[in-house]
Design a protein around this ligand. Structure first.
Ligand SMILES: [Fe+2]
Ligand SMILES: [Fe+2]
Length: 181
């Protein structure tokens, strides 16, 4: 099941302008690591991680957690995945993107939400590329964008196990960016 979902998602990642493959793979890595640390169901966490941004991979950004949860459910159902597990995966995807209307409740959902945020700390240069090359920010605008992004991400990490992973990277990033003028 995991292999099928993985190859479907990696196919969708091909020829994209942004680094989707790196993002999704990092979310999978942290989901598995955190699942072990907090004794969450690793299979649910990994499948949710592969599928969590499926709508964004298809170019749909608005409400991608809501529509993505539905689409993931349909895909898994077609693949014959058990209904009780599908329900858990759908909850993880629905609550992964910091929408206050859909806060993560289960431990697996918290793992996915934290893994998604943690992945941002591994792709600092990709976000800098977005700011300077794609969005044409000035040096200061880019720094400010990145500072805001990482401060916000750090605040949203709810699991202490995830905060611990993020902390040294957060400090390094802030050291590079420097303080606000
Ligand atoms: Fe997302
Ligand atoms: Fe994501």
């Amino acid at each position: 099941m995991i292999e099928k979902v993985k190859s479907m998602i990696l196919n969708l990642c091909e020829n994209k302008e942004w680094c989707w493959k790196e993002h999704i793979e990092a979310v999978v890595k942290y989901s598995k690591q955190l699942a072990k640390e907090v004794s969450a169901n690793e299979e649910i966490c990994e499948i949710s991680a592969w599928l969590h941004d499926i709508k964004k991979l298809k170019g749909e950004h608005e409400g991608h957690h809501i529509s993505g949860s539905e689409e993931a459910g349909e895909i898994l159902s077609d693949l014959g995945y058990p209904e009780d597990k599908i329900k858990k995966v759908k909850e993880c995807i629905l609550t992964h993107s910091s929408d206050e209307n859909y806060p993560p409740q289960s431990i697996e959902a918290k793992v996915l939400a934290c893994a998604d945020l943690l992945s941002h700390f591994d792709i600092f240069m990709e976000f800098a590329y977005y700011a300077y090359a794609l969005n044409k920010d000035s040096i200061e605008e880019g720094k400010e964008r990145l500072r805001k992004k990482y401060k916000k991400a750090m605040k949203k990490i709810i699991l202490p196990e995830a905060k611990k992973i993020a902390q040294p990277k957060y400090e390094a990033i802030m050291l590079i960016l420097g303080e606000e003028n």
